[in-house]
Design a protein around this ligand. Structure first.
Ligand code: GLN
Ligand code: ZN
Length: 785
């Protein structure tokens, strides 16, 4: 596999969507009936061939296959092993595209009921899509495998073998990728809570062995098996399952080499287990966990091939290659060139594809960046330098060093004023003047709202007119004045309508915002945006995260004029509407030269400025959304506390500059609070709105047992579905909420923003919601506390 003048160089996986999102277009054309299955499959084959050819051309010598997927590789694995729930009507034999896409999107192609950042929801008719959730701590979402008691597994797809052969026919002997059986089971779920998916391992392994045999028979000499569960906290049962699995593979296929890959973190306390597994190679993530290199080298058996993940597969920075060489040269000389491979930290699936498409970025900023294609070149450069010496690729190494030096020095990255403000932060800046009970008193007399006040989360429908106006403005076909006039009209109509139906606390509707993070990123210094920097979020959906490259500051107010305009239209309270620092950070590509906590604190200071300007302009209520706070939680529980510490502190730094009479709201679109309820309470928002409607208010149990002191708006209807909730069901939900909370704590609102809905759905739904609140106000019950 290795040649004399380079170490083996590998990517672990490549982006599937295509440089111009060709796969997205083909999938959506196929789903809407505009192209045939053959056309879709041809496009897919073309993308695979292009990926192989590109890697080969750039000097990647260990090229993966079966890293491609039409939708999701976890779904592919469920299909491979025949874990296809009964509702999809599969009765053995090859799995049709229809069945596959029903699992992905529901039998009615319901994925459009997912909200902007990828939440996925069941719908009412036909077979629902499989549940979807985040892949470890990335923004990629996978389809959750579903198992039943007595689950049988059988080989139902030979995709892994087919794609290996397809590559071979094109002249590439690839290293096929499989999701490891232990990680696969651990990612899965059963409706029957007494079934532990891991207990199914014995039945699953024969299918894997079958696939491995077929690969081996097709001439594969190495297989990459991904077990990212090795970077999680593992119990004894998981460790045993790993041992059972790899012992069985070694017995069944003594001549097939397995590269066992771990990524997204350090192996930590699983190292002994990992090194006891009878595999030929081990991949470690040295970007997320650089410190594990020494312990792995110390303990790894001599014959084990180590794949060193040194190029960041999760971020967009060009590496300082000399710094990497300084670390690796001694490792290579100790272990031998035939026992080391150079790799990306994880699959490049999580990187945008090609920096060369970004003609609008200035050349300095571009020199600091590296997307998947550029990372392949960096890998090849490292491989050459380690085998044939630094001088063999001197000019490439020097270019990388020059970029690193310019980034280190650039005044665009390092702003002395920001440093000065950061140094001047004092603990009292993150503390409201009075404790909640005193604030609540002041606020209640200021607002004199009815019991169970009604409000919404912020956005109103982003209709096609709104989107068209935005793109016409971006293209220069609408002048600034025309665009602003249009937005004002939308805002005014929305404000008046909210008043008419009797909502108590209003919002302006967010029509001027393309996205809740991008809008702010575009107005803050330190952020840049790409044209084609798409990363797959789920299926055909991609996101283009902002690039946080420098110190953050706010040159001028970002939302005040919109708020002032909206408030001028009504006497009722109009909420100021902001995205919080943790969410902005978690949905961006972030700097790797300062800690996340520091970058977040800079954003917090900038949003704090906006909060204070809103208050100054007269805003009495300000909502600071932290939709992504929970998803930033580290993979290992032991690291949660320190993350939550700075995350909560950043929120408080953002929100605490205001006086007692200003009411701070926050919104979170998820429903698991049990394990982070202390942190949620520590945020000390006066009012929090959350997602609860689908769990029938069960999550409020966390708030009850903790005795959450502040006010809460438990979402009373699911905005992710087009269904219009009737009054009685919302009354019922509120009645459940009253059993868990004091009446005085409860607000009435939908469970998220309304931007993905249509006005025809929003109008009756909110009218019913107001009616439900009114009904509840007249029902006396014993409260739960
Ligand atoms: N204010 C935002 C909206 O309503 C919040 C959205 C979110 O949390 N995802 O759209
Ligand atoms: Zn939400």
């Amino acid at each position: 596999m290795s040649s004399l003048n380079s170490l083996p160089v590998c990517t672990l996986g490549t982006p599937r969507i295509g440089p111009r999102r060709e796969l997205k277009s083909a999938l959506e054309a196929y789903w809407s009936g505009r192209i045939s299955a053959t056309q879709l499959l041809d496009t897919a084959a073309g993308l695979r061939a292009a990926n192989w050819a590109r890697q080969h051309a750039l000097g990647v010598s260990v090229i993966p296959s079966n890293d491609f997927s039409l939708y999701d590789h976890v779904l592919d694995t469920s299909v491979m092993v025949g874990a296809i729930p009964e509702v999809y009507g599969w009765s053995g034999g090859p799995v049709s595209l229809d069945t596959y896409f029903s699992m992905a999107r529901g039998s009615h192609g319901d994925q459009d009921n997912a909200c902007a950042h990828g939440h996925h929801h069941d719908h009412d008719h036909g077979a629902p899509a499989q549940e979807m959730t985040k892949w470890f701590d990335t923004n990629y979402h996978y389809m959750v495998p579903e198992f039943v008691a007595g689950q049988r597994f059988m080989l139902a797809s030979t995709k892994a073998v087919d794609e290996f052969r397809e590559a071979k026919a094109l002249g590439y002997r690839t290293r096929p990728v499989l999701l490891g059986p232990v990680t696969f089971l651990k990612l899965g779920k059963s409706k029957d809570p007494s079934l532990d998916p891991l207990s199914l391992i014995g039945g699953l392994l024969p299918v894997y062995v079958d696939v491995l045999r077929r690969l081996s028979a097709s001439d594969a000499d190495w297989v990459q098996i991904d077990e990212p569960c090795l970077v999680l906290d593992l119990d004894e049962a998981s460790r045993q399952a790993l041992q059972q699995t790899y012992a069985m593979f070694a017995r069944a296929l003594p001549n097939l080499n397995i590269m066992l890959t771990t990524y997204f973190g350090g192996i930590g306390d699983n190292l002994d287990t990992t090194l006891s597994l009878p595999v030929a190679g081990l991949h470690i993530d040295l970007v997320r966990a650089p410190d594990q290199l020494d312990s792995v080298i110390d303990k790894a058996p001599k014959g084990l091939v180590l794949s060193l993940g040194v190029i960041d597969g999760r971020n967009i920075w060009r590496s300082d290659l000399y710094a990497i060489l300084d670390r690796l040269e001694s490792v290579v000389s100790r272990r031998g060139t035939d026992h080391v491979q150079i790799a990306s930290s994880c699959s490049l699936l999580h990187s945008p594809i090609d920096l060369d498409l970004e003609n609008d970025l200035d050349s300095e900023l571009r020199s600091w960046l590296s997307f998947a294609v550029q990372k392949m070149d960096e890998l090849a450069t490292l491989g050459a330098a380690l085998a044939a010496g630094r001088t063999s690729v001197k000019s490439k190494l020097d270019t990388s060093a020059a970029a690193a030096a310019s980034r280190k020095e650039s005044p665009r990255v390092h702003d002395a004023l920001v440093a000065k403000r950061m140094a001047a932060i004092t603990p009292d800046m993150a503390r409201r003047r009075s404790a909640f009970p005193a604030r609540a008193e002041v606020q209640h007399s200021r607002f004199s709202l009815p019991a169970f006040p009604t409000t919404t989360i912020g956005s109103f429908p982003q209709t096609s007119e709104v989107r068209q106006a935005r793109s016409a403005h971006a293209k220069g076909n609408l002048t600034d004045d025309q665009y602003v006039a249009f937005l004002k009209e939308e805002t005014a109509r929305t404000v008046h309508w909210q008043e008419e139906i009797g909502l108590d606390v209003l919002v302006h509707g967010e029509f001027e915002r393309n996205d809740m993070v991008q809008y702010f990123g575009e107005r803050l210094s330190g952020f840049a945006f790409t044209k084609h920097g798409w990363v797959q979020s789920y299926g055909s959906r991609c996101v283009r995260p902002p690039i946080l490259f420098g110190d953050v500051s706010r040159p001028k107010p970002m939302t005040v004029s919109w708020w002032s305009y909206a408030q001028s239209l009504t006497k009722r309270p109009m909420k100021g509407m902001l995205t919080g620092p943790v969410t902005i950070l978690n949905w961006s590509f972030v700097r790797d030269d300062i800690p996340h906590s520091e970058a977040c604190r800079q954003i917090a200071l900038a949003i704090r400025d906006e909060v204070l300007d809103l208050e100054q302009a007269g805003a009495a209520m300000i909502q600071i959304d932290e939709a992504a706070l929970r998803e930033g939680l580290p993979l290992r529980k032991g690291e949660w506390a320190s993350y939550l510490d700075w995350a909560v502190d950043c929120f408080r730094l953002t929100s605490s500059g205001v006086g007692d009479k200003t009411q701070i709201h926050t919104h979170m679109c998820y429903s698991e609070f049990n394990d982070i309820i202390d942190a949620i309470a520590a945020m000390d928002a006066d009012v929090i709105s959350i997602e609860t409607s689908r769990s029938k208010m069960e999550l409020l149990d966390a708030f009850r047992s903790y005795r959450y002191p502040n006010e809460i708006g438990p979402g009373v209807y699911d905005i992710h579905s087009p269904r219009i909730p009737v009054v009685s069901e919302m009354v019922d939900l509120l009645t459940l909420a009253r059993k868990r909370l004091k009446d005085g704590q409860i607000w009435v609102n939908p469970d998220c923003g309304l931007k993905t809905r249509k006005w025809e759905e929003v109008r009756p739904a909110l009218e019913n919601m107001v009616a439900a609140a009114r009904a509840v106000r007249s029902i006396e019950i014993e409260t739960g506390r």
